[in-house]
Every structure is written in C-alpha cells, then in structure tokens.
Design a protein around this ligand. Sequence first.
Ligand code: PLP
Length: 326
Amino acid sequence: MRRGQTKLGPVRYMLRAEYRRGAWSGARIGRLAPWSLSPFAATLHYAQAIFEGLKARRIAGDAAAVFRLDAHAERFARSAERMGMPVLPPERFRRWVLGFVRHQQRQLAAGRALYLRPIQFASEPLLGARPATELEFALLASLVREEDVSGLRLWVERTDARACAGGIGAAKTAANYAAAMRARGVAAAHGCHDVLWLDAVDHRNVEEMGGANVAFVARDRLLTPPLGDTILDGITRRSVLALAPRVGLRVEERAVAWRELASGLRSGRISEALALGTGIGIAEIAAFRDRQRELRVRGGPVADALRRELAREQHGTGQYQWLSSV
Ligand code: PLP
C-alpha cells in the first residue's frame, strides 16, 4: 500500500509579495494567476529559488492552526541566506501564512489539511551570474486528504549524489530536487517510490530520502543520521525525536552505514524503517532495492505509536506548544 496525502486540488487563491530596491512589499491575497517573467529572470538560469512545505488543520474547538510555523519560518530564512537571497523576516512569514490560512480556513474539515507551499525566487533579469536583487514571494496551497502511508519501496542510489559537504543539501532549494531527478527516474523504473541517498564521498552512510528524512528502530533505539550540511533539518524528524521517549525509545543521532542497515534488516535487529516528512507524515518503508537485491523490512508497532503521538500534537491535544492558531 502507498496512500498518503491524496490531493483534493490546489486552492484557487494565492498570496503574493515582491522584494524591490532593498525592501519587501506588503502582501496581497488574490486569485491564483501566472506571473509575467523576463526570459532572463535569474531563477530560470541560476536556480535561486527556495520553498517550504507546512500544514494547517482544523483542531479542537473548531479553530484552525498551523503546525510548527516558527520552525518553518526560520528554515525558510536559513534557506534564503544559504542561497544568497534577501531574507524574508520570520515574523512577516508567520503573519502572511496566518493571514492566508484565515482566508482559506472554511475549506478545512476533519481528515483534511491545507498543505501550504511558500516559494521565493529570483525574478531579476540577469545575464551574468550574481545574487539577484529582485525577488517574488508567493504562498500557494493545496487541500490534501491525510491517510497513513505504508509499503514504501526505496531505491538505494550508488552513482549520483544529492548533496556534499559545504553544498546546499540542508537548504530547501529547487536545485536539490533537480539534482535528484535522474535517480528518481531510475527508482521509478525499478518500481520504487523514492530514493535513499547515501553520502557523496564514498556512498557508505545513509543520509535521507528525496523528500523525507529516515529513522530506524533497533530494539529500544531510534537511529537517525545526524544533521549537517547535507541533510534537510526536517520538522517532522525533529518532532519525532522529541516524541520518541514517549513510546519507550531512546534516540541515537549517529552515522548509519548502509551495511549496518542491511545486516540489521537481515538479522531482525532493525525491525522498522520510517520515512518522516510533512507530506507523508510517519510512513513505513517496506523494502530497499538496489541493482542486486531487495531487502524487506519486517515491520512492528512503533510507526503506529509515533503516529498517534504526532497526531495529538498536530490537533492540539498533546504536550508541546507546536500550534499557531489563526
Ligand atoms: N528531506 C527532504 C529532502 C525533504 O524534501 C523533506 C520534505 O519536506 C524532508 C526531508 C522532511 O522535512 P519536513 O519534515 O520538514 O517536511
């Protein structure tokens, strides 16, 4: 099975703003509409483009709330800084997101979320490469139905690399996804849903997926590769690490070699493999494939237990203050 966030369709409104002459404009909410862009717009040539992915839901008492808005606002600012772009102050990011969700909140119902996709890109016409000084910001959204995901198959990529030390792997920037497309195509041709990336130096250690972080259950431990400049600091990962002790797991953030993972899956020492992301939530990985073989994951109760804990936090009945009400 692989369900997940089934799209109900894009929202027909968007929020827009621009950066010109050293300052951000105010934001306007209007109908979803195309841009008119110069063919020399820097984003088309030099890929100065960043985005975020976060969700709003209906919570207890019929209010709408955004999950971990502060963390997403800060990551958007870090991505802009890494890509040499003017930073949208996190306070303004938060205000704009809340304003847009307020505008759209009547669309929210139980079992549905509003997936929010803020983007920022360089629109300045440039022929020579330099950091652009004219940018567009937009907040787009799609209504999604949330369902548990299991049965994921991952392609273990041994040729291409997604990110390297000193590079842009920790930024949520378009270029990282472009670098991953060839391997995603190979993965799909082998019946896999996504790629498991290994480190760029010698393809030894597990890093993350194309669109999610990974964690593994080894007896009473939850193992996950440590953050650095090659892995996106996932907000779901961060939340799951905070929740793990509640389901009896000790967190170990350390390098996980592919060989250790493969032998752990074979011996049964590693019983569950989880994909962690805003889109798919906490999803169960069922198998890893490479050119020689397929390794199956036994499975166990942890994915469900963590999902229950995370759902409480997302719906306002948990312990943490992770919600921003509109
Ligand atoms: N890693 C990559 C490359 C991603 O695209 C995503 C998804 O957004 C994640 C990890 C998970 O991050 P988050 O939990 O913040 O959605």
